[in-house]
Structures are given as C-alpha cells and as structure tokens.
Write a protein that binds this ligand. Structure first.
Ligand SMILES: [Zn+2]
Length: 179
C-alpha cells in the first residue's frame, strides 16, 4: 500500500540516508582513487570524525551504531548501480534523439521525392541529418534523460536501501536478543 502511494509521488525520491559526503567517497573509491578505509557511521556510512558522539548526517548515536572502518560491499554496490542506471537511461534517451533525427530525415526525403525536388534539397536534407541528430541526442539525453535518470536511479536506490536496512536491522536484533 505504501508502495503505490509512493509511486504517485511526483517529487524526486530522495534518499536522505545516502549523504553527499558518502557519495563523494564512494565515487573516488570506485574510480580506484581512494581505498575503502576510514571511519564511517555505523548506520549510514557517512565518514565521521572520531571525536563525534553522533553522526552529523543521520544523527544516530555512535554508542548505538558503532562506527565501522569500511563501507560494506553491498552499499558500494548500491552506489555502483546508481551510476550504471543513470548512464543506461541517459544513453537510451540519447539514442532516441538520434532516431528522431533519422526519422525527420526520412520524412523530409519522402517529401522532396514526392515534390520532385532539385538535388540540392537532398543535400540539405543530409546536412540536416548530421546536424539535427547529435543536437537531438544531446538535448533529449542530456536534458530530459538526465532528469529522468536521476529520479529513476534514486527511486531504485531507495528500494534497495530499505531492503538492506531491514535485513541489517533483523541481524542486529538477533544479536541483541541472543545471549
Ligand atoms: Zn550516520
């Protein structure tokens, strides 16, 4: 039920739990520019200062969620998927833009053919194809695609984080209740 109500929500699904700082860290880790090592919040994995008693991002107490020295591979994988999904969507939109350019070319060509147009019009049509396609790819991919990709990837991330969090909480509870 909560799932369907969330789908109706038009605002971009934010994942407050993934902090910008964590995103930056994961970005450099995935590029291989930084090792997966440090001092991270035990709940949201935002890098935190050793002196802190609470995470500055999720405000969980360090006592409740002991900091960890590395980001779990599941979390790093979630981030990798965000980037993969984003580029997949942007590329698909860009390809659609190219297709639109090609279709315009065909329609114009057909029109010229019907009207027995001079050869120069055909040359112009070809020029149009080469100019229009990349422009449409850039506009549709970079503008519409980018916006949609962000929402899509974030929505998926929110689902994955919820599943990850539920499982983790279950393990935590099991540990707490067992002697
Ligand atoms: Zn935190």
């Amino acid at each position: 039920m909560s799932r369907s109500s969330r789908k109706k929500d038009r605002t971009p699904p934010e994942v407050p739990i993934f902090s910008d700082r964590l995103m930056q860290v994961l970005e450099t880790m995935i590029k291989g520019e930084a090792p997966n090592a440090g001092h991270f919040c035990g709940y949201c994995y935002t890098p935190i200062d050793r002196a802190r008693m609470h995470c500055p991002h999720c405000v969980k107490a360090v006592a409740d969620y002991p900091p960890v020295v590395k980001v779990p591979s599941d979390v790093a994988e979630m981030f990798r998927k965000v980037r993969r999904r984003e580029s997949l969507v942007v590329n698909s939109f860009a390809q659609f833009g190219i297709m639109l350019g090609v279709m315009t070319f065909i329609v114009v060509f057909y029109f010229l053919f019907l009207n027995d147009a001079a050869i120069w019009w055909y040359v112009l049509d070809v020029v149009l194809l080469f100019v229009l396609s990349p422009v449409l790819a850039g506009l549709i991919g970079g503008y519409l695609g980018d916006e949609y990709a962000y929402r899509f990837a974030r929505r998926k991330l929110a689902d994955e984080w919820a599943a990850f969090d539920a499982e983790r909480e279950e393990q935590r509870m099991a540990k707490v209740t067992s002697p």
